[in-house]
Design a protein around this ligand. Structure first.
Ligand SMILES: Nc1ncnc2c1ncn2[C@@H]1O[C@H](COP(=O)(O)OP(=O)(O)O)[C@@H](O)[C@H]1O
Ligand SMILES: [Mg+2]
Length: 216
């Protein structure tokens, strides 16, 4: 499956989730290729840290910030991989648009902050545009950095705003703001691998990975 993790907004957790999902799939025995589609190269840096620490399984990672190059490489190499995870930079970039043409599934992380929720209109337009030139783009939105409080009104407001955007299937299982995610991500580790183990973080990632990949 080819997954594009995209949002024109930066800082919403695209790279964090891309790294978590890529490692989760590799730990499940899949052949995974992680593509860093952002000039800033944060995902590639995290995976380089993982390789330097000799952590197994190793994750194959390439960086193509240029959309045409990204598309050509993925089209040429796709048959070699079971899962391709594309982490796209926060802007309406050529890499983002290329990823929307290639992907089976788009995952849009967003934070429960009003300006982040407004920015989802841009992504909704891009989904419409992609669907006008291709069939079968599945589009999922997941709240990330959700307020840890169980009854947060910010979380509820963001969820309600999503209901107005039919372009997205909202995954009703948010990823909450947890130190385990920021600590593990920078080191190129899954929350499953990093110590001390945060069982809630692990459960959240497992549910996310399940919602993406275990479809009929
Ligand atoms: N669920 C989370 N809990 C805690 N920190 C998070 C979480 N998701 C992302 N972060 C932190 O937020 C910052 C932005 O995340 P990042 O994945 O780089 O966003 P993006 O790739 O969308 O720009 C990083 O410092 C990251 O460690
Ligand atoms: Mg990023």
């Amino acid at each position: 499956m080819i997954i594009s993790i995209a949002n024109t907004k930066g800082g919403v957790g695209k790279t964090t989730l891309a790294v978590q999902i890529a490692i989760a799939r590799a730990l499940a025995g899949r052949d995974v290729w992680l593509i860093d589609g952002d000039r800033q190269g944060t995902a590639a840096a995290a995976i380089a840290a993982r390789a330097e620490a000799q952590k197994l399984p190793g994750i194959a990672c390439a960086q193509y910030a240029d959309g045409a190059q990204l598309r050509a490489q993925v089209q040429q190499q796709a048959h070699k991989w079971e899962d391709i995870i594309i982490d796209v930079g926060g802007r309406d970039s050529t890499a983002l648009r290329a990823s929307l043409i290639l992907a089976d599934t788009l995952l849009v992380p967003f934070a429960p902050r009003s300006y982040d929720v407004w920015a989802l209109d841009d992504m909704a337009n891009l989904v419409d545009e992609a669907r006008s030139v291709r069939d079968g783009l599945r589009s999922l939105a997941v709240m990330n950095q959700a307020d840890p409080g169980a009854n947060s009104s910010d979380n509820a407001d963001a969820e309600a705003a999503l209901a107005d955007l039919p372009q997205f299937t909202y995954l009703p299982t948010p990823i909450r703001r947890r130190k385990a995610f920021s600590n593990a991500g920078g080191a190129g580790l899954s929350v499953v691998e990093s110590l001390p183990r945060d069982q809630k973080a692990i459960a959240e990632i497992n549910i996310l990975v399940d919602s993406i990949f275990n479809v009929e």
